[in-house]
Design a protein around this ligand. Structure first.
Ligand SMILES: [Zn+2]
Length: 341
């Protein structure tokens, strides 16, 4: 049964919390952070983050608004909870927070659009409680973002009490949202780079020659999962790792919205590509066939990778993970219209 509790992300005193004993997870509904869950021991790492918690709060709210709920974990204990996607807290912090004011404004605008009932309808917000919508630390920063959006002509704000505002998106605001969703800026690139092994005739995986195993994994696993999530998969097949191929890979990764790195076969190239993408602050989704997991030299062990069993299993879980951590891609939105958000 749900009880009133203090939210571990924003310290809001009247969040609703339900403890899921079977998986030792706390499930919260918070006015500021939205709906999320957290593995119970991971709450301690939040305390160490201290004031950075507002970043997590904002990302969790953003996901909650678009209907994908996050289960926050830290370290090796990664429980599963129906309808929730597990993500490492450190991973969220390193890749998902807007780095520049322009992308902060864009994402705040998209949040407001998701809360709006349609053209001309006001979104009622409380600058304190809803600071998460604006990726803001406090009321002052939230006010700054709202004012900036208003000065850009993207919305009108009408104050209804000391902290309450009615925000109405302007035609320019709706146009800007359409632009963001069409992928007019680099952040909304529709391509995803898949870093993986292509196999060979000599090595076997699961009793099958690894070349045909990897080909099938791409065709009915990686490709399908990425496309279903609304992105266009890109890959580079190479026999040798040389300078030319490295340049080509660097270009592809730079232009990608995110990278899928599969460690089946433990190719040095894949480790390199994943490391390069992370250095560029491009999100990386880690995957590995379950039979190869033990041999992985992961310091990526804590990165919560998808340990897949079959291509179909991979496609399904990859799609879910992409939508939860990066968000649905432009191709998905174009297909399903605006209620997909
Ligand atoms: Zn909260």
């Amino acid at each position: 049964m749900a009880e009133t509790a203090t939210c571990p992300l924003c310290d809001h005193k009247t969040a609703r919390c339900e403890y899921v004993l079977s998986v030792r997870v706390e499930h919260y509904e918070c006015r500021t952070c939205g709906e999320f869950a957290i593995e119970e021991t991971s709450k301690f790492s939040l305390r160490e983050l201290d004031e950075k918690r507002y970043l997590i709060s904002a990302i969790v709210r953003e996901h909650s608004i678009r209907g994908s709920k996050l289960l926050l974990v830290d370290g090796d204990i990664v429980p599963t909870l129906d309808h929730f996607e597990s993500v490492q807290i450190t991973e969220l912090l390193s890749t998902h927070f807007p780095k520049e004011i322009s992308s902060q404004l864009d994402r705040a605008l998209v949040n407001l659009r998701r809360l709006s009932d349609g053209l001309g309808y006001p979104v009622e917000i409380d600058l304190g409680m809803d600071r998460s919508l604006f990726f803001a630390r406090d009321k002052t920063e939230a006010d700054f973002v709202v004012t900036a959006l208003e000065q850009d002509g993207l919305l009108t704000a009408k104050q209804s009490s000391i902290t309450q505002h009615d925000l109405v998106l302007s035609p320019a605001g709706w146009n800007r949202i359409a632009e963001i969703e069409r992928g007019a800026d680099g952040l909304s690139s529709k391509s995803a780079f898949v870093a993986m092994w292509y196999g060979n005739e000599e090595d076997a995986i699961e009793g099958e020659n690894s070349r045909s195993f990897c080909t099938r994994a791409y065709d009915s696993g990686f490709r399908v999962g990425v496309e279903q999530a609304g992105y266009e998969p890109r890959r580079i097949d190479f026999k040798e790792f040389n300078d030319d191929i490295m340049d080509e890979i660097v270009v592809e990764i730079r232009q990608s919205r995110f990278v899928v790195a599969d460690f089946t076969g433990h190719r040095p190239g894949v480790y390199y590509e994943a490391g390069f993408a992370r250095g560029m602050e491009i999100p990386v989704i880690f995957t590995c066939h379950e039979s190869h997991l033990n041999a992985a030299h992961f310091d990526t062990n804590h990165m919560n990778h998808i340990a897949w069993k079959s291509s179909e299993d991979l496609a399904r879980r990859l799609e879910k993970r992409i939508v939860a951590t990066v968000g649905p891609g432009p191709l998905k939105r174009a297909e399903h219209g605006r209620e997909q958000g």
